[in-house]
Design a binder for this molecule. Structure first.
Ligand SMILES: *[C@@H]1O[C@H](CO)[C@@H](O)[C@H](O)[C@H]1NC(C)=O
Ligand SMILES: *[C@@H]1O[C@H](CO)[C@@H](O)[C@H](O)[C@H]1NC(C)=O
Ligand SMILES: [Ca+2]
Ligand SMILES: [Ca+2]
Length: 346
């Protein structure tokens, strides 16, 4: 953790180039690369749990009861083969609760106010920001880029409070999804709130909103009647963001119509961490409450983000998936929590 910034950064960049190459030609929707193995993460999560802090009043955005059932997970018509979107398989999921919205900056600030939690991006001192969001001043300071994904820049001082680095702020975006949170940070928040991250199966079941074998949470057509149902990228990536859907960057977590389960922005806006380790081979056998592999190097993220366009990141589909190391963070990656039971009354 005390590695010199330059050494850590080059390690990080090597990781990213590898990850991007591995996922070609689907391209990268995020960035990857380890910042060094974590230790004592679970102890940290426990330390920040609601019980440990005696905090019963906050961090609990509205949840929706998701009825248990069987659904088709993945697809036999993968759009991005190497992501392991296939095969289609029957999966049974028990009833659970899912956050209605992505965790917002305001909720995350409540957590930080009450616990003093420091995110990994704050500890490491940098995070990845999409070039299109950066000021010329910040860009002028950066001399490194990721060869295979030059639109990702490591920005010193970028973190959830300053999503575009020094000089930027979340003040006008308190109802937008929190960004620059690692998987470890997301686990700490959910634990504090008396919740947990959803498994990939729970997330995908939630995404489908009761529909079977559809591309999107609302059906197969991206824009029914010309309406936008998610915050993604319109125009030519990465140079021309027309923001036809109303948002160049993130949108409020309450924007756009909800899916059949009442969930907002389950695809698009910010990528969402799940609890599963990443693997690309799946058994076609029916599974009950699968939790993914027992170990791995990356965690699964789902849903795509405001940066996704069909041309290079067709990942705003329920079956789509991608991965990052548990300590990575970026300006398009957030989360929402799930729970087995309704968290304690507030
Ligand atoms: C967090 O604390 C700051 C400083 O006391 C306060 O201004 C802010 O409103 C608090 N945020 C939340 C979400 O409660
Ligand atoms: C961006 O795309 C829009 C719509 O296709 C076009 O009208 C506009 O001229 C483009 N802008 C640039 C800078 O290329
Ligand atoms: Ca958009
Ligand atoms: Ca989302």
């Amino acid at each position: 953790m005390a590695a010199p910034a330059a050494a850590r950064l080059s390690f990080l960049l090597l990781g990213i180039v590898g990850a991007v190459k591995d996922s070609a030609p689907g391209g990268s929707c995020g960035c990857s690369g380890s910042r060094g193995r974590g230790d004592g993460r679970e102890a940290a999560a426990r330390r920040y749990s609601a019980a440990a802090n005696g905090d019963k009043s906050s961090g609990r955005g509205p949840m929706v009861a998701i009825p248990g059932g069987v659904f088709t997970m993945g697809t036999d018509e993968p759009e991005i083969q190497q992501d392991g979107e296939w095969p289609a398989r029957r999966v049974r999921v028990s009833s659970f609760y899912m956050d209605q919205y992505e965790v917002s900056n305001q909720e995350f600030e409540r957590f930080v106010n009450s616990t003093g939690y420091l995110t990994e991006a704050e500890k490491f001192g940098d995070s990845f920001v999409f070039e299109g969001m950066l000021s010329e001043e910040v860009k002028a300071e950066i001399h490194q880029a990721v060869a295979a994904a030059p639109w990702w820049l490591p920005v010193k001082g970028a973190n959830w409070r300053q999503p575009e680095g020094p000089g930027s702020s979340i003040l006008s975006r308190m109802d937008h999804p929190v960004l620059h949170v690692s998987w470890n940070d997301a686990v700490a928040f959910c634990t504090w709130a008396g919740k947990r991250l959803p498994t990939e199966a729970e997330w995908e079941y939630s995404c489908r909103g009761g529909l079977e074998r559809r591309l999107f949470p609302w059906g197969n057509k991206l824009q029914p009647k010309g309406q936008h149902y998610a915050n993604i990228w319109q125009g030519v990536f990465p140079t021309n963001n027309t923001a036809e859907d109303g948002y160049k960057g993130t949108a409020p977590v309450t924007a756009f119509p909800p899916n059949g389960y009442g969930l907002y922005n389950i695809v698009g806006n910010a990528w969402e961490w799940t609890s599963d380790w990443w693997a690309v081979h799946h058994s076609a056998d029916e599974a009950h409450n699968p939790k993914g592999p027992s170990s791995g190097t990356d965690r699964v993220k789902k849903g795509g983000s405001y940066m996704c366009h069909k041309s290079y990141c067709y990942r705003y589909r329920c079956a789509a998936r991608s991965q990052n190391t548990p300590d990575s963070s970026a300006s398009n990656l957030g989360f929402r929590c799930a729970a087995d039971a309704w968290p304690d009354p507030q």
